[in-house]
Write a protein that binds this ligand. Structure first.
Ligand SMILES: C[S@@+](CC[C@H](N)C(=O)[O-])C[C@H]1O[C@@H](n2cnc3c(N)ncnc32)[C@H](O)[C@@H]1O
Length: 438
């Protein structure tokens, strides 16, 4: 029975590829939202999505969605939910999410209202209340407030789904695993051709690519999801879904290559890949990108070079050399580069076919595609300095300034007020005395 409204959260710019992933799993009527997608389903769907999605941050199950006219409406509606049917006294919980509403002076206040409603429901039904644990809760309630519209959900994933369980070591600026999977999807890589990452660091792109090509869930090594701690947990259904997932090594018939100048980070990359059934399909080596030879005549490069921001290097020359290396060594390749450095992109000296706006953590980045054509004519078009000749009687067209293909919005949550809560709950001081988490 499809009785659940499921919202799958993702990162800015990955909504469309997440929708595609869900459709590839066989689900229909997937709606694209801002940094999320939504569909109807049941608990099996929830387990399936948690295990199999590569571009998801968390899977939420809606508990209630309503409009409010004043602050205390949140407490009233949250108090109508029978929280005791979802988890027990022994579970710790936390209310997190995002508030973007002029109804609240303190953006933390709505979270406290829900927390108190949950505690009061437990007290009234069971005489005791579960503890709050903001750091590592068993049960995470998600509250989303946008002006007067409020949505309360259960976060069925718990810690974000980019915590895959395979990455034990990283270099200085590792890619988030969800971003890495998103880059692979956005690039349109066919999962059956040579892929190279010459700045592979701890191997995130290489490992995510190998898992994707072998059709092994990215979360195959993850040990726990929050849905396993809920009263609704159907262990049999979960075991069935887990059993269906491909966990075995397969011979892809091609190799995914990762290399990096730093030998220590390559040791970590090998160790990270080593816990997964993909080792036969990946090849890590220590190399300066300039010395890397094209392994096959055709293929794709996807890479995350230093941006000069976090690691503090002078990168101008490096991007220049990278562009030269593309032109000389990678004829016949599609090269995708993610970077936050506009100067870096300019120094590549190549004209991108596509530009996508994304974030790497909080850094606004661009993900650009360069097709390196084999042959002198097309190579000319690759060159940033190439200017078309004016046609007779017409001025040369001005080079087009291309906008990134997506946009962004940010929201922030802060602060805390307790007296107001007591008023809304109709108490002078708390009738239960001071709360543990006050
Ligand atoms: C932003 S990090 C890549 C992180 C990687 N995507 C991950 O998830 O761990 C950039 C990497 O480029 C490497 N690097 C810097 N200069 C290099 C060069 N000339 N050739 C190859 N690798 C280089 C650094 O050692 C670093 O690991």
């Amino acid at each position: 029975m499809k009785n659940l409204t499921i919202t799958v959260k993702t990162l800015f710019g990955l909504e469309q590829v997440l929708k595609q992933e869900i459709e590839e799993l066989g689900y229909k009527n997937v709606k694209e939202l801002n940094r999320a997608v939504q569909l109807e389903g049941d608990w099996k769907t929830v387990y399936d999505l948690n295990l199999n999605l590569r571009c998801a941050i968390s899977v939420l199950v809606e508990l209630d969605s309503f409009r409010i006219t004043e602050e205390k409406d949140i407490y009233k509606r949250a108090k109508r939910i029978d929280w005791t049917s979802l988890f027990t006294m022994d579970n710790t919980f936390a209310v997190k999410g995002a508030v973007n509403s002029t109804l609240f002076n303190h953006s933390q206040f709505p979270f406290l209202l829900v927390k108190d409603a949950i505690a009061d429901v437990f007290r009234e039904k069971e005489g005791e209340r579960p503890d709050v644990d903001l750091r590592d809760p068993d049960v995470m309630i998600d509250l989303y407030v946008r002006e007067k519209q409020v949505t309360l959900s259960l976060n069925t994933s718990g810690v974000p789904l980019f915590q895959r369980g395979y990455r034990t070591g990283t270099g200085e600026a590792p890619l988030n695993e969800v971003v890495a999977a998103g880059l692979l999807k956005l690039s349109g890589w066919d999962r059956k051709s040579t892929l190279i990452d010459p700045f592979c660091g701890s191997g995130t792109l290489v490992i995510e690519a190998a898992l994707m090509a072998a059709n092994i869930p990215a979360n195959i090594k993850r040990e726990y999801y929050a849905f396993q701690g809920l009263k609704t947990f159907d262990e049999k259904a979960w075991k069935e879904i887990y059993a269906k997932a491909n966990k075995n090594a397969v011979d892809l018939g091609f190799t995914i290559y990762g290399s990096d100048l730093d030998g220590e980070v390559i040791v970590k990359a090998r160790r990270n890949a080593g816990v997964l059934p993909i080792v036969a399909n990946v090849d890590f080596s220590v190399a300066n990108f300039k010395d890397v030879k094209r392994p096959t005549p055709k293929g794709m490069l996807i890479t995350n070079p230093p941006y000069g921001e976090r690691m503090g290097e002078n990168i101008d020359r490096m991007y220049e050399e990278l562009g030269d290396w593309f032109k000389q060594e990678l004829k016949g390749y599609e090269c995708w580069v993610i970077s936050s450095s506009e100067d870096g992109f300019k120094n590549l000296g190549l004209r991108p076919d596509r530009r996508l706006k994304l974030y790497n953590g909080s850094l606004p980045c661009s993900f650009r595609k360069y097709s390196i054509y084999d042959g002198s004519k097309r190579a000319k078009f690759n060159n940033e300095e190439y200017k078309p000749k004016p046609r007779k009687g017409k001025p040369a067209p001005a080079p087009k300034k291309r906008k990134e293909e997506t946009d962004n919005k940010e929201q922030v949550v802060t602060n805390n007020l307790m007296d107001k809560i007591r008023k809304i709950r109709g108490e002078g001081a708390s009738k239960y005395g001071k709360r543990e988490d006050d």
